[in-house]
Design a protein around this ligand. Structure first.
Ligand code: TMP
Ligand code: MG
Length: 275
């Protein structure tokens, strides 16, 4: 924490004002899901598809090449978000076009997720169950694939009715074959009001003026921009990769930075104290 007194003040305010005023806004990939396990990287929602048996050998190689080219740009501390934005649009567009070539079936998604190596962070069940029990809305704002991440939550039995997801959703034809991704395209650096304009989500929650925001990218910090009349915000950032190079920027940007922490323990501890 760069400013522990500020963190203490915000947590006290969240506790005092109670559950009726609280909402949680979270990224999905590498925030609610694990970054690594036993020294191996865990997949993002895109990677779950990329690594699956429904993708041809050639398609898989091309998707991997894109990841190897664009991921270092995504996390590069020496480039601004403005510089990265067009490159992220390029990555997502190319990746989605490759996925479209693979004629993915809607009916295969559950199996693809089941056979993948995706894992939610340790403590995820406690996190989701606590929020559900206290009727606290959880808004998952993801640049990943909506259909896939919903299935991850469903299989973990944590996709409770207090959850709302905005992400890149697939559109299937009447034979159940993937034919396009729905608009607007969400990538790491446009997670803000511009892609939420057509949803009433935050308007419906206008009494929820206290926010806990969870993310792993500096792009995740704008996820709450559309919330009206914000009073108290606590931001928690998971710093998963290139920790030494990015520590300074993360400490400046997030109230609490969790370095190489594969659990939701800190968040659960805060929730337990507040609720
Ligand atoms: P998130 O907003 O839920 O974290 O999802 C975005 C992540 O997905 C981002 O960190 C980059 C990653 N990604 C892939 O792993 N493969 C891809 O093909 C694309 C387009 C993104
Ligand atoms: Mg993420």
């Amino acid at each position: 924490m760069k400013n522990p007194e500020h963190v203490q003040r915000v947590i006290s305010a969240l506790r005092k004002e109670g559950t009726d005023k609280l909402q949680v806004i979270s990224d999905f990939d590498m925030t609610l899901s694990r970054f690594g396990f036993n020294g191996r990287r865990c997949p993002t929602s895109h990677n779950i598809l990329d690594n699956s048996r429904v993708i041809s050998e050639e398609g898989r190689k091309k998707l991997k090449d894109l990841l190897q080219y664009y991921y270092p740009i995504e996390i590069d501390p020496n480039q601004t978000m403005e510089e990265k934005r067009p490159l992220m649009v390029e990555w997502w567009t190319k990746a989605h076009n490759l996925l479209l070539e693979q004629k993915i079936l809607k009916s295969d998604i559950a199996k693809i997720v089941r056979e993948s190596e995706v894992m939610l962070r340790d403590g995820a069940n406690t996190f989701f169950d606590q929020l559900h029990q206290h009727n606290i809305p959880l808004f998952i704002f993801s640049a990943g694939v909506g259909d896939v991440l919903e299935e991850v939550l469903r299989q973990a039995e944590v996709f409770h009715p207090n959850i709302n997801v905005v992400a890149n959703y697939m559109d299937f034809d009447d034979k159940g074959v993937l034919r396009r991704f729905k608009e607007p395209l969400i990538h790491t650096y446009n997670k803000n009001n511009t892609v939420l304009e057509k949803t009433e989500h935050f308007q419906l929650l206008s009494s929820r003026t206290n926010i806990i925001l969870l993310g792993d990218s500096l792009g995740d910090l704008s996820m709450a921009d559309g919330v009206p009349n914000v009073e108290n915000v606590l931001t928690v950032g998971f710093l998963n990769d290139k920790v030494d190079e990015r520590r300074g920027k993360y400490r400046d940007a997030y109230d609490i930075v969790l370095e190489k922490d594969e659990t939701l323990d800190v968040v659960n501890g805060i929730l337990c104290y507040i609720l």
